[in-house]
Design a protein. Structure first.
Length: 135
């Protein structure tokens, strides 16, 4: 049996534009993390398909508290969607931004958090690399 931990310091942001085909699998990969995030927000950016209903189906089936943020009048694609979200919502100390068509390894959050806590000069972590800041 797997041991799952939760970390309320982690927010996962997932910008999505018409991702009805993959969004459930993406959410499954997020919620299968060894270290569960404290918050998951799907940013539905001008979706015209069934992305939102697929998220609702996932929520009903799994009882996970996925938040949905819908952009308004966004014409700046992914960056605009993220900016709208970051301006309007309070997020946690650590943020994972991932594409809606990405499936992540179950140790990604745990590994990323370990890197941040190990070196306070780390400003960002990418799979396979880190970005340091100078004091």
């Amino acid at each position: 049996m797997d041991c799952y931990l939760e970390n309320n310091e982690i927010t996962v942001l997932i910008p999505a534009h018409n991702e009805e085909e993959i969004i459930s699998k993406t959410l499954e990969s997020v919620y299968s993390q060894v270290l569960k995030p404290g918050e998951v927000i799907i940013i539905c950016d001008n979706c015209t398909d069934n992305t939102i209903s697929k998220i609702e189906e996932f929520k009903n089936k799994t009882k996970e508290d996925v938040k949905i943020f819908e952009t308004t009048n966004n014409n700046r694609k992914k960056a605009g969607a993220l900016n709208q979200t970051l301006k309007k919502l309070k997020i946690n100390k650590y943020v994972l931004i991932m594409d809606a068509d990405t499936l992540i390894d179950r140790y990604i959050l745990e590994s990323g958090l370990h890197i941040f806590r190990k070196d306070k000069n780390i400003a960002a972590v990418d799979i396979g690399s880190t970005i340091s800041i100078e004091n």
